[in-house]
Design a protein around this ligand. Structure first.
Ligand code: NAD
Length: 497
């Protein structure tokens, strides 16, 4: 049975009048499970107008009441955790456990938004001049928009709208058209949590809807997560239109394995961090640099990765699911072929893998290359598939040079027993999120998600204090009060410059 995906515009769930139809498929067999009538320009504009009008009253709602909506929301998300994970697993192909993790990482951000009163606290200094005090407030911007990718359809929308709305903004979410049903359920639960009509709007579609958001003068800030080319387009167009933009982009995350590391821990961690979620994570470890004698571990690592069997979302034995689309599969297979053609040694080849009975699905088996060099396409391109590229270096310094020469800077890890090596790595590495004996160092929501270089365009990052700064404007007030009536002559402005 095919479901009709719904927009949520001006407090109503609607099918929409768009003539452009987008099908949502089950990646395990590519059968259509839902249809989207892509939002028309007029529908997106109606959502913006409604969000603008809702802002006038929402920004006046006391902060503790806004926090109470978030408390109810995080409670509902927890209550519906399994249901959300099931929807998510069906449309992404992720295993059920992985889907639960996706939802959970989002719940943690909604939970963080409950703390909004403390997060909004400003600064005060008494007596900046005699009898004069200065203090600051964080005020919301207006209508904000979020454009999200397919690979975390719960976590990434939840990085954005709970904190933005808790700050007093209204918000328009344009999720990935490849898995829109999880975001739709997130929005239904937000309405159930008691958010007033118009505070959150949901529009489905692709570039047409995005371009309306990018060009509309009533959108004050844009949060984007997705691929490099689109992130650059969003950042350039949004800032050209004088909006605040944060754009999280693609990645190529390296780990460095020192010979003094715990071999078993390295192997166990690398298996999940490289091919887990079919490698469709922006923090996946897709390159492993083995320093000195650590290269002897590559065959054992390959054996461990070979044991991972992809499968259906509800197969408890499955290590990961299919890729999101036939196009994604074709891209990964072409990169694997290029790796072989360019001289990398393919130790494990998942190109021919399939799941019996689901041959039409987007399956790619775990794949491991060794002898990869920085000139090869499989090194330079983000593969976004279950493919690990192994490289070798003689020293830690050489490994650091390789990582720092990469145009990306989302995440990296070092595995070592040496505090000195770890300290050197954390200090010298030009990457925004560093793990020390931790494979996927995604910070919890009281920090921020701090990708660098070509993995991020903007200033303030997602969630944590940086998101509150992104979604608010600082107002600084300098005040002087008089104890009694004073003469006009005394009403002179103090010179503080
Ligand atoms: P994508 O760039 O194809 O799509 C992301 C969003 O942009 C979707 O909502 C899509 O509808 C929209 N979009 C696509 N093409 C557009 C265009 N030409 N103009 C305007 N809007 C457009 O990304 P994806 O394939 O859904 O997601 C995977 C990518 O996201 C990977 O590159 C991954 O590394 C990246 N990602 C990065 C992070 C991070 O934090 N840095 C997190 C998750 C995913």
């Amino acid at each position: 049975m095919t479901t009709q995906v719904q927009h949520y515009i001006d407090g109503q769930f609607i099918d929409g009048n768009g003539k452009q139809q987008i099908s949502v498929t089950n990646p395990a067999n590519n059968q259509t499970i839902a249809m989207i009538n892509a939002a028309t320009v007029q529908e997106v504009e109606t959502a913006i107008a409604s969000a603008k009008s809702a802002f006038n009253s929402w920004k006046e709602v006391p902060v503790s009441e806004r926090a109470r909506v978030m408390f109810r929301y995080q409670h509902l998300l927890k209550e519906h955790h399994d249901e959300l994970a099931t929807i998510l697993a069906q449309e992404t192909g992720k295993t059920f456990d992985d889907a639960k993790g996706d939802v959970w990482r989002g719940i943690e951000v909604a939970e963080h938004a409950c703390n909004i009163a403390s997060l909004l606290m400003g600064e005060t200094v008494e007596n900046v001049a005699r009898g004069i005090d200065t203090y600051s407030y964080s005020q919301p911007l207006g209508v904000c928009a979020g454009i999200t990718p397919f690979n975390f359809p719960a976590m990434i929308p939840l990085w954005m709208f709970p904190l933005s709305i808790a700050c007093g903004n209204t918000f328009i979410l344009k999720p990935s058209e490849q898995d829109p049903m999880t975001p739709q359920r997130l929005v239904e639960l937000f309405e159930e949590a008691g958010a007033p009509k118009g505070v959150l709007q949901l529009v489905h579609g692709d570039k047409t809807a995005v371009d309306v958001l990018l060009n509309h003068q009533d959108i004050k800030a844009i949060s984007f997560v997705g691929s490099v080319g689109v992130a650059q387009y969003i950042y350039k167009t949004g800032t050209d239109n004088l909006k605040r933009v944060q754009a999280f982009a693609g990645a190529k995350n390296h780990c460095v394995v020192m010979p003094d590391a715990n071999k078993q821990q390295v192997i166990n961690n690398l298996v999940g961090a490289s091919v887990g979620a079919a490698g469709q994570r922006c923090m996946a470890l897709s390159v492993a640099i083995f320093v000195g004698a650590a290269k002897e571990w590559i065959p054992e690592l390959k054996e461990a990765i070979a044991k991972v069997k992809p499968g259906l979302w509800d197969d408890k034995e499955a290590g990961y699911g299919p890729l999101i689309s036939p196009a994604a599969k074709a891209r990964v297979l072409s990169l694997i072929a290029q790796g072989k053609a360019e001289g990398a040694s393919c130790l494990l080849d998942g190109s021919e893998f399939t799941v019996p009975g689901y041959e039409s699905g987007n399956w790619v088996g775990p794949t491991v290359f060794s002898k990869v060099t920085t000139e090869m396409t499989i090194y330079k391109e983000e593969i976004f598939g279950p493919v690990l590229c192994c490289m070798e270096s003689d020293t830690l310094e050489e490994a650091i040079e390789i990582v720092n020469a990469s145009p990306y800077g989302n995440g990296t890890s070092i595995f070592t027993a040496s505090g000195a090596a770890a300290r050197k790595y954390q200090h010298e590495i030009e990457v925004g999120q560093v793990g020390i004996n931790v494979p996927i160092p995604v910070p919890l929501p009281f920090f921020s998600f701090t990708g660098w270089k070509g993995s991020f365009y903007g200033d303030q990052h997602a969630y944590g204090k940086q998101a509150v700064r992104f979604y608010t404007e600082t107002k600084t007030i300098t005040a002087r009060w008089f104890e009694s009536q004073i003469s006009d002559a005394e009403h002179t402005a103090p010179n503080m410059t």
